[in-house]
Design a protein around this ligand. Sequence first.
Ligand code: ADP
Length: 482
Amino acid sequence: MKGALTWKRIVAKYPVSMKIPLFFFSVLLGILPIYIQDRTMRRSFQQTQIDGRVIEVQNQCLITSDRLARAGYLSADMKDALLDKELDTIADIFNGRIVIVDQNFRIIKDTFKLLEGRFHVSEPVLKCFRGENSTVYENEKHYFALTTPIYSNDQEKGVQGVLLMTVSTENILSNVDRVEEKSSFFVMIASIVIILIAFLFIFVLMKPFARLQKVLDRVADGNLDEGISVNTYKETSLLSGALQSTITKLKEVDQSREEFVANVSHELKTPITSIRVLADSLMGMDPAPVELYQEFMTDISDEIDRESKIIDDLLSMVKMGKAAAELNVAQVGINALVQQILKRLRPIAQKRNVELVFESIRDVVADVDETKLSLAINNLVENAIKYNVENGWVRVVLDADHKFFYVKVADSGIGIPEDYQERVFERFYRVDKARSRETGGTGLGLSITRSVILMHHGAIRLLSKEGEGSTFTVRIPLNYIS
Ligand code: ADP
């Protein structure tokens, strides 16, 4: 576990190119089977050669022992010189040594002329006197030894002696070595070819990634209009798609930031321009009547209120834009919260002769940020009053199920045309600028409301018909999930 962690840390610190493991893997995959096959072939070739030679020598031994038996080699007083010579020749042909042991374990013939007259008692010789042939292969010492019984002409007398033949495998091994040299050369050439193919394979395989890297470098240099589409593989295609949509989003953010700055400047400038026009006209009138002064000063004061409202809304919006971690979540009684909002707004409603009704279907306690949620619901109810008709009504309904609570703000107002329903949540967006100005709207209220609801992992839905009224429904989870 600890080792894995250290390895991960090393890899994170010194990232290796994907090409390296890929190269080793492909080389291993190519070379390993060739190497294994070569080793197996060498071993089986050597074994076949030795087995072949053993069979050859066995046959020769059987023929020779038969010949010796028939010639009565063991019982004769004088050794047959011709047969003797023949034994020497056979030993030479097979690059070996022939030793013949009689019934008394005495060596009566040794083609090396070293042990004649000595005794030879060994396991294979003893076995052979019992009629069993044996073959012993001494791998380390590079020879094999064969024992063949020499039977008497007289069937009853049985085994008369043993023909012991040792044959060197040196010449076989040197033949095998020569073949091995050739096959090693072949393995080397094959390995070089495989390495070259692996290089080529990785180069071709990684080419689309290199292309993607180049495009991304250009994007990093600020070339946001660069189209990213490397569709050679599914992987590069998916990666290109994801990067392209990230860049598109970045562009949108950039554009909306520019639009926002332009809108803010414009909104802040409008009241100032009005104030300037009012002040200039006053100064231009010499002398102006006091009533006109009072009227213009009231207008100037209204414009200052408006400017201050825009600044307040902007500040609220900046606050809402901050991380959701800054939410001050606590258990809040939503019924009391809504009632408090309605109490505050009742005078405005009365002024416009709008009936304000609260319908609480059940008591709701939820994890919310009280201040922010108050602001959000306040905006909805205030809009419902502002964009209403004379003698109209506003109905606020609070309901809940086991997971969410719902606040429905319905009004009998002017409604929002379908084409604008999505846009009213945008910053500074107003359906009817003149009317919104009249009612002191900044176009930021619904945008703030939506941010607050999203921070609570909730949702807002709008149903409206022009001239018939609007219904905003807010859905927020009862338990806040951070
Ligand atoms: P504002 O400060 O202008 O009220 P909002 O963001 O609160 O800004 O609302 C944006 C626009 O949506 C308003 O200017 C108005 O045109 C429209 N709107 C909002 N609520 C209602 C409503 N209840 N009925 C009709 N129109 C509405």
